[in-house]
Design a protein around this ligand. Structure first.
Ligand SMILES: [Zn+2]
Length: 197
């Protein structure tokens, strides 16, 4: 396996529509393995082939357990020719992109989606996703059509600078906010104050 170079905004390869994959072969499996390694190294929760300069319809996803919410299972996906066949609801959430380091912004996305794809074994797959995973998948599938999250930011005032070491791909989970809430809860418990006071 090998780490691949992540292409940055301004590179025309991020703006091209990626081509459909006819069959999954060993070359594609090698690319998928390298993309998983690159994503984990970044680290990011998703990566699309155009982000490593390859104009093919392939995305990888890895969401660690409890990442967005306690109790969420670990999710690892490799999707060939992914396509959203059903989308419901709309929710605004913060996103970042490894191809646009140092920025985050608020993006409206469908709340629940169904995705059709092919797996690395050439078999058809169907995935139902909501909340965090639905946002990751919509972000990555957009990359295959040359669309970046910044294109979908409706209120440009929500585009914010973040330190480079807080780079993300897809949805942002604010760990500081989570940690703050947890600390506050412990303090309340220590003081014997009930929740809601
Ligand atoms: Zn991205």
């Amino acid at each position: 396996m090998a780490l691949l170079e992540i292409v940055l905004e301004g590179d025309p390869r991020l703006r091209q529509k990626a081509t459909r994959i006819r069959t999954v072969d060993d070359g594609l499996r090698k690319l998928a393995a390298d993309m998983h390694e690159t994503m984990l190294d970044a680290p990011g929760v998703g990566l699309a082939a155009p982000q490593v300069g390859i104009g093919r319809r392939l995305i990888v996803v890895h969401v660690p357990a409890d990442y967005a919410e306690q109790g969420d299972p670990e999710t690892t996906l490799t999707l060939v020719n992914p396509e959203i066949i059903k989308a419901q609801g709309s929710v605004v959430g913060q996103e970042g992109c490894l191809s646009i380091p140092g920025w985050v912004g608020d993006v409206p996305r469908a709340d629940a989606i169904t995705v059709k794809a092919i797996g690395l074994d050439n078999r058809p797959l169907r995935i139902k996703a909501h909340d965090f995973l639905a946002r990751v998948l919509q972000h990555e599938i957009d990359h295959l059509d040359g669309i970046l999250y910044v294109d979908r930011v409706e209120d440009k005032a929500t585009l914010l600078r973040v330190p480079d070491d807080e780079e993300v791909e897809g949805p942002v989970v604010d760990e500081r906010e989570e940690a703050g809430r947890e600390r506050e809860r412990h303090q309340r418990e220590a003081l014997g104050v009930g929740v809601g006071d």
